[in-house]
Structures are given as C-alpha cells and as structure tokens.
Design a binder for this molecule. Structure first.
Ligand code: ADP
Ligand code: MG
Length: 618
C-alpha cells in the first residue's frame, strides 16, 4: 500500500487521465448492466405481448446503451494508457535523476545491472499493472456488485444460485492463486538474474569474443533461459486451471438457473424475460470475478517491481554537499590524516579488512607524486577519496587545507580532475567529449590540451579531425587513444589537482614521457598524482608513494626509495633490467638510470626524434 502511494505520487500531470479513465469505465459498466434488464422488458412487454412499438423502443435503448458503452470504454482505454505511460515516463525520469545524485557507494549497492533493470523492466511492470488496475480494477468489482444487485432485484430466490456458485468459484480461484503466486515470485527473481547476465555479457562482448567463450556464454544463457521457461510453464500451468473451473461454474449456473427458472416461470413467480436477463447477469458476475483474480495476480507480480523502484527512489545519496559549503578550493595541497576506509559491499557493512588503513601524509600544492602498488593494494581507492567519490570512515582528507566534506562536491570535483582507471568516452564528436571537461573551451584550448596529452597526432590523422564521431563507449578509438583523450578532457578543466589512475597503461613509454613533460611545463602549479604500474612513468615525480595492502609502505623521492624500500627496488630492478614492460619499448636500453635521464634535454630530444617508437597504444 505504502509502495503504491509512493509510486502514484509521481503521477504528476497525468492525474487527470488517471481519474477520467475509471470514471469512464464506471459509466460504461452502468450501461452494460442495464442491457440485460432492458432485454427483460423487451421480451416481457414487447415480444410476449406482440407489441412491436415496445420491441422497437427497448431494442433502440439496448442498442444505444451498447454503442455508448463501447465508445466510453474505448475512451477509458485511451485515458488509461495515457495515464500509465505517463506514470512510467515520470518514474524513469525521477529514477534517472536520482541515480545521478548517487555516489559510488550507492551505485555499488545496487550494481549497474540492477539499476538498469529497475529503470526498464520494473517500470514496465508497474506501468502494465497500473493500466490494468485503472480499467479493470474499477470495472470488475462494480460490474460484479451491480449485476448481483440487479439479479437480487429480479429474483431473490434464484440469486441464491449465483451466490452459491460465487462462493465455490472464489474458493477455487483463491486456491489456484495461492499455488501460483510463489512460483511467480521465483520467476521474477530468475528474470532478474537473466537480465543481469545479459547486461554483463553484452557489455563485455568483446572480452567474450577475445576469449572465444561465445559457446560457453551461450550455453550459460540457454540454461538460465530454460530454467526461467520451466518455471513460467509451471506457474502458467496452474493458472490455466482457471479456465475449466470458470467453465464448470458458468455452465453449472446456467443449467441450475434454467432448471429452477423454468419451474419459477411455470409457478408464475418470474417472467421469461427476467430469466433471460438473469442468465446475462451470470456471465457478468463470473467474468468480473475472473478479472478480479487476474488483477490480483498482476498487481502482486508487479509489487516486487514497485518495491524495487521505491528502494532506488528512497536511497539517500551517501555523499551530499554540506550546508554553507565552501565554493573555492584554495590550492592543490592534499593532506591525509589517519585515514581508514573500507568498502561496504551488499548490505552487510563494515566487515573484513580495511581497504586503506592509517594513511597519514601531506602533499604540497604543485607537487608531482607517483603511486605504485600491486593490484588491489588500494591505489584507486586512495585517489577516489581525494575527490570524495567515497567518504572516509575515520580520519580526514583535506584538499587546499580544508576537509573535502566541507566543499560543495561540484566545486571539489572541478578542482580535482580524475582520469579513472575505467575511463569512458561518450557518443558524440571528439570535441563534444573534450568539452565535458569544460563546456566553454574553445577549439584552440582543446587543441592545446590534446597536444599536452599527445592526442593531437592521431586526431589530426582522423578523417574529420576534431569532429570525428566517437561511437558509444568509445569503441572506434584504441585503448591508448582513449586514454589520451580522457587525459585531455581532464586537462581542460584546468584542475588544481590532476589524478591519472593508470591512465597511460596503453600508451607507449615515449609518449607517456612526453605527456609527463608537457604536464611539468604547462601545468606546473597543478598537483599531479600519477598511478602507474611502470616505474618509467614516474619520470617527473618529486616523490613516490608505495602502497602495500592498503598501507603506506614508503613515501619518498625515487633515489631514496631505491635505497630504502625493498618493494620499490624490486619493481625498479625487474623493469629496468629486463625491459620487461608490457609495451615493446625500443628506448629501454638508452638510459639505465632513469634519474639521470629524466630532466636531460638531450634525452628529451632523442625521445622526440624517435620515428619508430612502437605505438603500442594504437
Ligand atoms: N567498489 C568496490 N566495492 C568493494 N570493494 C572494492 C571496490 N573497489 C575496490 N574494492 C576492493 O578494494 C581493494 C583495493 O582496490 P583498488 O583501490 O581498486 O586497488 P588498486 O587500484 O590498487 O588495484 C581491492 O581488494 C578491491 O577488491
Ligand atoms: Mg586501480
């Protein structure tokens, strides 16, 4: 009930059709209920007495009632679907708007697939149920009661047959429903799983193909679909008993009515016409009952969907801007004070290991910091705390000397640009995508940013240059190109803090180095945090943070780390000795000591003049 009220509160401008539809139905039902009654008069006063005038009169009234009922019924159908599609569209709107306010934590809770299902399938379920209820939920009970009343008026004794049939039928239908209902509940749970698996597979279709897993995935899907099919057949199979039960009830009533009715006619208690109209009411009553049970099924089936929608609507965004939020970020300094953080997965919160523990460090504005650590060591988590994608559990993260929780989140995220590990481009032109960073950026500014991110050379080679269309999800650019576009997009924000989360992993080392160099030249005052798996990316870094299982293993300049930090020395030595990097880097042999070559202009020139540096990223 509560769920229904909450869903209906989003009816908005569609309240009117939602009211008109049942009113129309009401009028139509009134007309329909009149028809058998008028027929009785037609038979008794017209046909039986051979009075042609009465036949014409009552015949005309019946025809008028039928036509009017039909017309009003269609109107109610139109208004009903207008109201229900309107409700659905409003619900999708508010859901979408709500999801935009979600923090990463909120999204983790529902999962992306879950949110998609809620916005599509669940809304459609609610829409259908609402449409049905608007029309049938008013029609069935009214028609049932009205027909019953009319029959009692005609003949109280014969109506007893109705009531007997009605109670038997209700019992049977309720029994069937109770059996079918749990099955439908299960059907919907499986349907959800199927949806999630479709979403996952279609999103990851490239991976599936690359691993030649099509058949396996296909089989998995077929199994899931068959499972669902079997359950559905079982549930519908139980529901199918409705029809024979209804048949027995209707024909039983007709036989009983005919039997007792003829006796009553002979006894002079009722007329032939009245018996005929009673038979008409039998159909009305029993069919209304059938419809009622159908609505019952529909509504309870969509109740689950409704609950799931309301869950999203009522979810509190974990991260909101405070009142009197700060609207200016002073500088790009970053302080972590005794920060602890752990992800809340599912509903159980706060069990298991801390993802980050006891992080305490200070980064000066304009400093360039490299971050190194094994996968799962908490690097991405560390940087996501800076732009407040998640909130710390204890301790405090400061940007520009102020707690991140005191800023307006929009201001903070404008000042802290993050190129996420799983970065995405959106469908639109390259220019459109770049202007995500700054809607007012001129073409010139975009070109400068792209030059810094080393994206200009491949954009210039594209047929339409900056107006090249990017496919949905950025599928028509390579991984390395996408990374560089995302970096350019972040640069256009002219942020105070720039964070690259493994954002040059698909870019060859030489390009990587020139991107870093451009950063040093063009945005010297911006604090730069660079997460990378390869030590060569830390070329221009003042200090390097080494994370190990969510703890700070070391935080010092590279030269010192090589001496004091075992983890760093190991990584450094393996990568430099064997040239064992993922990309086939021809420059590997040029300088063994990265420290001495980094700021050496000769080396920089050499880099620039290498014509054949493997464009591993393209
Ligand atoms: N959204 C998330 N929900 C739950 N756990 C997560 C989430 N993201 C990361 N983790 C877990 O937190 C730990 C650190 O992850 P992450 O910061 O991404 O590591 P890194 O970037 O160093 O590879 C990992 O154990 C990972 O499984
Ligand atoms: Mg990561």
């Amino acid at each position: 009930m509560d769920v229904i009220r909450k869903l209906l509160s989003h009816l908005g401008e569609y309240k009117k059709p939602a009211l008109i539809a049942p009113v129309c139905t009401l009028v139509a039902v009134g007309m329909e209920v009149l028809i058998p009654y008028v027929m009785a008069m037609l038979i008794d006063q017209g046909i039986s007495k051979g009075n042609m005038d009465k036949v014409w009169l009552y015949g005309g009234i019946m025809l008028a009632c039928a036509v009017a009922a039909m017309a009003i019924d269609s109107a109610s159908a139109v208004f009903g679907s207008r109201a229900s599609t309107g409700l659905a569209s409003n619900l999708r709107d508010v859901l979408f708007e709500k999801v935009q306010t979600f923090s990463f934590g909120n999204i983790d809770k529902f999962s992306t697939a879950g949110l998609v299902t809620r916005m599509t399938t669940d809304v459609t379920n609610v829409q259908n149920a609402f449409n049905m209820s608007l029309i049938i939920a008013t029609r069935a009970p009214i028609s049932l009661v009205a027909s019953l009343v009319m029959s009692v008026i005609i003949s109280p004794s014969l109506s007893a047959i109705f009531l007997a049939a009605l109670s038997v039928l209700s019992a049977a239908l309720i029994f069937i429903m109770l059996r079918a209902m749990p099955l439908f509940g299960k059907v919907f749970a499986r349907y959800d799983n199927l949806n999630a698996s479709v979403q996952e597979n279609v999103t990851a279709i490239r991976v599936v193909k690359a691993f030649v897993r099509e058949e396996h995935e296909d089989q998995k899907f077929t199994d899931a679909a068959n499972d669902l099919h079997d359950l559905f057949v079982k549930a519908e199979g139980i529901l199918a008993f409705n029809n024979p039960v209804m048949g027995v009830a209707i024909y039983g009533c007709i036989i009983a009515l005919s039997w007792f009715g003829t006796h009553s006619i002979l006894a002079g208690q009722i007329t032939t016409g009245q018996l005929t109209s009673l038979l008409g009411y039998v159909f009305n009553v029993l069919i209304s009952l059938m419809m009622l049970t159908m609505i019952f099924v529909m509504v309870s089936m969509s109740a689950a969907s409704g609950t799931r929608i309301v869950e999203v609507l009522e979810e509190e965004p974990e991260i909101v801007s405070p009142q009197n939020a700060l609207t200016k970020v002073a500088d790009g300094s970053i302080d972590f004070e005794a920060v602890n953080f752990r992800y809340r997965t599912g509903d159980g919160d706060g069990e298991g290991e801390e993802t980050l523990a006891g992080i305490d460090l200070r980064i000066a504005s304009g400093e360039t910091v490299g971050i190194l650590g094994g996968t799962g060591s908490g690097k991405s988590t560390f940087v996501s705390l800076i732009s407040r994608l998640y909130d710390v559990d204890s301790g405090c993260v400061r940007v520009g000397g102020q707690d991140v929780r005191s800023y307006d989140t929009e201001v903070l995220r404008d000042a802290v640009a993050v190129v996420l590990q799983q970065n995405t481009l959106f469908s639109g032109t390259i220019l459109d995508n770049l202007r995500w960073g700054n809607p007012d950026a001129t073409l010139e500014e975009c070109k400068v940013a792209c030059a810094a991110a080393c994206a200009d050379e491949f954009i210039d080679r594209m047929p339409d240059g900056y107006n090249t269309q990017i496919e949905q999800g950025g599928t028509n650019v390579s991984g390395g190109q996408r990374q560089r576009l995302c970096i350019a997009r972040a640069l256009l924000k002219s942020p105070k803090v720039l964070i690259l989360d493994d954002s040059t992993s698909a870019v060859d080392t030489a390009t990587d180095a020139s991107i870093q160099r451009a950063f040093a030249e063009q945005i010297p005052d911006t604090t730069k945090l660079i997460i990378s798996q390869r030590v060569s990316s830390f070329g221009s870094c003042d200090r390097i943070l080494v994370l190990d299982s969510g703890r700070v293993a070391a935080f010092a300049p590279e030269a010192e780390l090589i001496k004091t930090c075992d983890i760093y020395r190991d990584v450094y030595e393996t990568q430099n000795k064997q040239g064992s990097e993922a990309d086939f880097d021809e420059l590997e042999g040029i300088g063994r000591d990265p420290l001495s070559q980094r700021f050496d202009p000769a080396f920089a020139n050499e880099l620039n003049n290498m014509p054949s540096t493997g464009k591993a990223g393209e």
